[in-house]
Design a protein around this ligand. Structure first.
Ligand code: IMP
Length: 428
């Protein structure tokens, strides 16, 4: 298989960054196709920690091409902050290894401001967004008033686009008691970064077709997780993009065969509000948070923690067409006597083998657990399947059997090479 799609199958933070970086060794090109700098991908290479938000996770590997596709909402100021940090650490980023879709929509300062303002107004009903302007930027995209990265190439056209955008936003801001924005102020803000952004801007659709004709290996890097998908996630507590397989084709402008690889964490976490049937608000959740360092990469918020929900993962495997899985952070469960796996729900006296889409039902869902014995020994850094204790192998097999697809890889620490590979996804 020349092309591979890597998706998070829970609520994000499954450890996709490490997996994409690991697989990038075999890929020529890595493409982001949705989301924006709400993502937080952590790579640990020889004890050096790299935190990426917008840049594809191959950027630290020399000789790889990183593409930010049209489905991404791009904050140019955040992008250059990330580029500057990496440049200071000796990573070279230029149009030779980074291309940005000319039809990617921009996140402007007004989007982040609106995101935060609306969240404040919601009080107890807030979504718990990252406050990065993701939702408002996607709203402008479907409202057909967004500014594309390619619009910066012609200043007269850019002025028209700003005028059109502000006629909407200033009316909205007036209603929300926010100060109005002057056209020339926004124009100057944007033109200040134009000279830095435009060298990277190109038709990434053409570029991808070129790589496809050359039979290069292309890796599509999902951000957030399947349960934050705007259609299939726990709506309205979701992000504003599609995070599932279909988005690869529209968000990158690519069509071709690709193997889908789902990344799952050995337990479950979630940041922000919304249903989470297997959440543990007591000592178990707290222990997972401490051992797993479950604090948001982007916002630093505490992640909510709980047992692995196999029912949800099975549901998403079927929706995403995942051929196999990568299990991450297995070592976090090293010290638990008993481990629970969610295998169904009881909702208002009825049993369910899937999570229904109604928020009201989701909020009432009580997990049904199957319990297995813990392995009570350290798996940290294990790279060899034969060295895993029987109880750990049993945990993996129970998940595989329930979910219905094999686990191809198992990650046992944040370090790039601490991984057990049972199947090479590129050779499927
Ligand atoms: P937004 O994407 O900033 O609009 O936030 C919407 C929801 O998605 C919130 O619950 C966020 O915490 C969550 N979210 C957004 N990006 C990520 C991510 O990369 N990892 C985990 N949760 C995320």
């Amino acid at each position: 298989m020349h092309n591979v799609v890597v998706l998070g199958l829970q609520w994000g933070d499954e450890g996709k960054g490490k997996i994409v970086d690991y697989l990038a060794n075999q890929a020529d090109v890595v493409v982001r196709f949705q989301g924006g700098h709400n993502a937080g991908h952590t790579l640990v290479i020889d004890q050096q920690v790299y935190k990426l938000s917008l840049l594809p996770s191959c950027i630290v590997r020399p000789g790889k091409m990183a593409i930010i596709g049209n489905g991404v909402v791009l904050d140019p100021w955040a992008l250059f902050k990330e580029i500057d940090t990496l440049t200071e650490r000796g990573i070279n980023i230029s149009p030779k290894n980074l291309a940005i879709a000319d039809n990617a929509c921009l996140i402007l300062p007004l989007h982040a401001e609106l995101d935060r303002h609306r969240e404040e107004l919601q009080g107890g009903n807030k979504i718990g967004t990252t406050g990065r302007g993701i939702g408002p930027a996607y709203e402008d995209k479907v409202g057909r008033r967004a500014i594309h990265a390619g619009d910066l190439l012609q200043s007269d056209f850019l002025k028209q686009r700003i005028n059109n955008l502000l006629s909407h936003h200033n009316a909205l801001r007036q209603g929300l008691n926010m100060p109005l924005i002057e056209e020339n102020v926004l124009f100057n803000q944007i033109t200040d970064i134009t000279h830095r952004l435009t060298p990277f801007v190109t038709s990434t659709v053409q570029l991808l077709q070129h790589y496809q004709q050359q039979k290069r290996h292309i890796l599509f890097e999902g951000a957030q997780g399947a349960l934050l998908d705007i259609d299939h996630g726990t709506y309205p507590y979701v992000t504003s993009s599609n995070t599932l397989t279909g988005q690869v084709f529209s968000g990158a402008g690519f069509y071709g065969p690709a193997a889908v690889l789902g990344v799952i964490k050995a337990y479950t976490t979630r940041v922000g509000q919304g249903p989470f049937p297997t959440e543990d608000l007591g000592d178990i959740g707290q222990k997972m948070r401490e051992i797993g360092h479950e604090f948001g990469t982007v916002t630093g918020r505490k992640r909510r923690c709980g047992w692995f929900d196999a029912t949800l993962v099975r549901q998403i495997v079927r929706l995403s067409g995942a051929k196999g899985l990568v299990l991450t952070k297995l070592d976090v469960l090293d010290d638990f006597d008993k481990i629970n796996i969610g295998v169904g729900y009881e909702i208002l006296g009825k049993s369910y083998d899937y999570l229904p889409s109604s928020l009201q039902l989701q909020q009432q869902a009580k997990p049904i657990y199957r319990q297995v014995t813990g392995w009570k020994s350290s798996l940290k850094g294990c790279r060899d399947w034969s060295k895993l204790p029987t109880a750990a192998k049993n945990y993996i097999q129970v998940i595989e059997e329930f979910v219905g697809v094999p686990i191809f890889m198992i990650s046992t620490s944040p370090e790039r090479e601490d991984i057990i590979v049972r199947q090479n996804v590129f050779s499927l």
